[in-house]
Design a protein around this ligand. Structure first.
Ligand code: NAD
Length: 382
């Protein structure tokens, strides 16, 4: 069978779902690989590099979708792309089915199958296919780099002949995958790093990375319980939220950089860094809001924009952090896809076996053989 990757068409999207290296691995699974001309350029992969890796380069999207029985993409398909799907074809892509019902219906009506990379169950066995994590890890790292680019000082404290420099103080709000990557980057650059999460169980991870957990004074029984939400944060109670904001208000004037990553599944991002906290920060401070796509954790964030407030605080609401590191992002994403293909190809014979009895494949499949199969049943293993 042929697997192909088209050029992403969303403006500003620089990633590609197949690299020359991943194509080499896919060929070992028995597949022929095809790529749309220019699809890898923004990620630093030339058509010549693909051709050298044995990939067929076709002229345009039409030729790619016609040639490939399996299409690998990064962004959810546009309506135009979904309309290209045909009977028996398999699409593997980020899809966000809860907010893309019409697209799912188009894929079903065309008789195609869809595996949503954002629906891969977050269980140990599936970590190698967990594209949400691989992308969040890069975004967390890049958030610190973007902050450093705007910040007019060193992260680490220094004593130099030209004067003494205090270390920067960085607060990371939300210690999921992106937050932990931001904490690791910040401490490795030498900043004094603080972190907060509603899940108290992450305190140990935060401290093991050299950061300080910001504790709220609360009874254990009053803390949010994540066990019913598969490790994700449940919405906080109004009392908890009030305590959290009170703490943030107290430390805001002392923070040089704030990186917010707090998300709650299927809800808008919680507003945790309010206008008055921004106003209390020192001129030259920087906020990077990784939740900008879902409304933002900071009240003053503007999606995809850099805002400089009257008191000189820079707020970055960029949602393209992965495209700002396109080579790295494409390499990891293409590897996630390649691992998914390995599980779909038990005989390594270039033929997909879409085994709906497999927890991981079943969990990620949202359309199968003319049927919408989203939402999936809960996974049987942890
Ligand atoms: P996410 O992107 O959904 O959320 C980011 C973080 O924001 C979470 O840590 C959450 O607790 C935090 N948050 C929510 N509301 C907050 C608030 N009001 N204040 C402060 N922080 C708040 O999370 P994610 O990075 O995708 O990961 C979340 C969970 O999934 C974790 O339990 C993680 O261990 C788990 N996970 C498991 C696997 C695996 O087993 N394969 C892989 C990745 C993640």
């Amino acid at each position: 069978m042929k697997i192909g990757a088209p050029k992403e068409i969303l403006p500003g999207e620089a990633r590609v779902a197949m690299t020359p290296a991943s194509a080499g691995m896919l060929q070992k699974l028995g597949y022929q690989c095809v790529i749309e001309a220019g699809a890898g350029l923004a990620s630093g992969f030339t058509d010549a590099a693909y051709a050298e890796a044995g990939v067929e380069v076709v002229a345009d999207a039409e030729a790619l979708w016609a040639a490939a029985e399996i299409v690998a993409k990064v962004r959810p398909p546009t309506e135009e792309e979904a309309a290209r799907l045909r009977e028996g074809q398999l699409l593997i892509s980020f899809f966000y089915p809860a907010s893309n019902e019409a697209l799912m219906e188009t894929a079903r009506a065309q008789g195609a199958s869809v595996i949503a990379m954002d629906m891969v169950p977050r269980i140990s066995r599936a970590q190698k296919m967990d594209a949400l994590s691989s992308m969040a890890n890069i975004a967390g790292y890049r958030a610190v780099i973007e902050a450093g680019n705007e910040f007019g000082r060193f992260f680490t404290g220094q004593v130099t002949a030209a004067g003494k420099v205090p270390p920067a103080k960085v607060l990371v709000v939300g210690a999921g995958v992106a937050g932990l990557a931001a904490i690791g980057t910040s401490t490795s650059l030498g900043a004094i790093t603080y972190a907060f999460d509603v899940r108290p169980e992450v305190a140990e991870q935060i401290e093991s990375m050299g950061a300080e957990f910001v504790f709220l004074e609360f009874e254990e029984s009053e803390l949010p319980d994540g066990s019913a939400t598969g490790g994700y944060a449940p919405p906080s109670s109004p009392e908890f939220q009030a305590k959290q904001l009170e703490k943030f208000r107290e430390i805001a004037p002392d923070m040089d950089i704030v990186i917010t990553t707090a998300l709650i599944p299927n809800r808008p991002a919680p507003v945790l860094w309010t206008k008055d906290m921004v106003e209390a920060m020192k001129p030259g401070s920087v906020i990077v809001d990784l939740a900008a796509e879902r409304g933002g954790n900071c009240e003053l964030t503007v999606k995809d924009e850099k805002v400089v407030t009257d008191n000189g605080v820079t707020i970055l609401g960029y949602t393209d952090l992965n495209s700002r590191m396109a080579t790295q992002s494409s390499t990891l994403y293409a590897t996630n896809i390649r691992h998914m293909m390995t599980d779909l190809t038990p005989e390594k014979d270039g033929t997909v076996v879409h085994n709906m009895e497999d927890d991981v494949i079943r969990g990620a499949t949202i359309v199968h053989a003319g049927e919408i199969t989203y939402p999936p049943p809960p996974p049987k293993v942890a």
